[in-house]
Design a protein around this ligand. Sequence first.
Ligand code: CP
Ligand code: NVA
Length: 320
Amino acid sequence: MRHLISIKDLTDKEFETLVDRAEHYKKIFKAGDASEIQKNHLKLLGKTVALIFSKRSTRTRISTEGAVAFFGAQPMFLGKDDIQLGVNESFYDTTKVVSSMVSCIFARVNRHSEIQDLAAHSSVPIINALCDMYHPLQAICDLLTIKEKLDYTENKLKLAWVGDANNVMNDTAIACLKLGIDVAIATPPGIEADASIVDAALAITERNGTKITLTHDSVEAVTDADIIVTDTFVSMGEEFAKVAKLKQFEGFQVNSELCSHAKPNFKFMHCLPRHTGDVSDEVFYGEHSIVFEEAENRLYAAMAAVDVFVINKGDFEAIP
Ligand code: CP
Ligand code: NVA
């Protein structure tokens, strides 16, 4: 049995397969042919999938519930106030019980170790729906979006990340490098990419000749970029440190002046939710922004994850 914990755990080919599956399901979903869906895709009919979410979510919850429904299963959203977890029941007991009754668990947790605990004790696949270190569903979605808009299979691209160095950045950087996209990461002084991510990134660059740049200079990162990406400067669970973090990120807002250093037809991406501190309205709602197409692609990324890890039980060889 395989779990989806991080893009780091997948081979380059496996990750590419997930992005291609997302593209495939987008076509089927958009065609809207109910008889085709009924005939070929209700492979989880009569089953259930649990969503154990200890944090808020718009995109991940909706895309996951939608993907599960597409394959005929019933999603069960289990927010932190809905189940006994953490109040009357341990993580271990909850994992044993929930996994005995469902086909898969999507989990949004605080620490990465919680996802690892779930994976260690679950009898069904665990799909990481965000932890402090990784956000693999976002990375599948983002690479699908980049493929559609700029086609990394045909063009040599550079992605500039300007912002924090945590979950979304970690999987985005690894995902891009795996598929041949150069990555430049600009973080404020005092915020460095995790050593395990840097090691994984360097191993990929040595293997496939892509480039990773780590800098504290956002102009350097953005110069000649095809894609500029940021994320909130204050992640969920860090609200207590909001004032200090916003101070640390002064000068890191993605705005028109910063974007003027990118390629003329650059695209702007953001996983959302977004705050005006991370990116100006002019850029976020501007002609280069593809944030809402990106958000929609979360649905197809979730479909790909269900297809590969639940229906095909992580057997990538079985995927056409
Ligand atoms: N991008 C993303 O994961 O959004 P939600 O927190 O709304 O799920
Ligand atoms: N870095 C953000 C991502 C939200 C999808 C957070 O952890 O809150």
